[in-house]
Design a protein around this ligand. Sequence first.
Ligand code: AKG
Ligand code: FE2
Length: 273
Amino acid sequence: MKVIHDKNHRGYTPFEEEVLDPDVQSKGDSKEGYYIGVSVPENDPRAKKPLHGPNQYPSPDVLPGWQETMTRYHSELVILCKKVSRLLALALNLEESFFDKPGITDDAMATLRLLHYSEEISDVGRGIYGTGAHSDYGLLTLLATDDVPGLQICKDKDAVPQVWEDVPPMKGAYIVNLGDMLERWSNGLFRSTLHRVISRGIERYSIPFFFDPNFDCWVECLPTCCSEDNPPKYALCFRTRSLKNCFIECFLLEYTLILVSRSRNQNESLTSC
Ligand SMILES: O=C(O)CCC(=O)C(=O)O
Ligand SMILES: [Fe+2]
């Protein structure tokens, strides 16, 4: 297939390729998808960074107008996410524009993902999931879904056993999921949303939009979220997607040295990152 996803994770991802909760899943997620990121031309210096590059699109003969529609939707969602990030900043007692500042989301890793779930019925006992349990990695995600149920959240990630609640689809509304980077920035005040999809045997479509900080944004505890009695809980960490999946390799190879030296300065260890 011509548009199979490339090294920058743009393009088509087949059924069962992604395994978001490998500890419990017996096979990959029963979904296929299509990733569309920020379009970075090959000759742009940013294209040298991991996960940056041009998008892939099917030929306009096959899907006329699709690229234009997706590009417009992507741009509109960047604007909307910036608005939501201003509310988050105010809620954290920061100046409204905190997340808009250069180096934070002015070159956001913003990714649209078009998802299609098969009719395969999820079976938790057998490790079969539409999407395995996970939290998104970045700042926030706006999720649009069709009217087929399936999404569940767990409000208390640390509870044993975990309690899962259905998130009913709501026409015309986005579901807002907070990401791991916001949890770290806010010193755990805002928890990232643990969620999964349990498929009920009906095809389902959803469109998450992941709004993640710049690739080289340092994420460290916000001054308004720590004090002498509440010191930073997490080591300084470098940007987004992610410290827990395949991107870790390119990510750490390039930046381990910087991270180690900065972690040492903070007298913190890499292991908690
Ligand atoms: O399909 C959904 O409702 C959720 C998808 C999701 O959580 C993800 O792609 O990160
Ligand atoms: Fe997610």
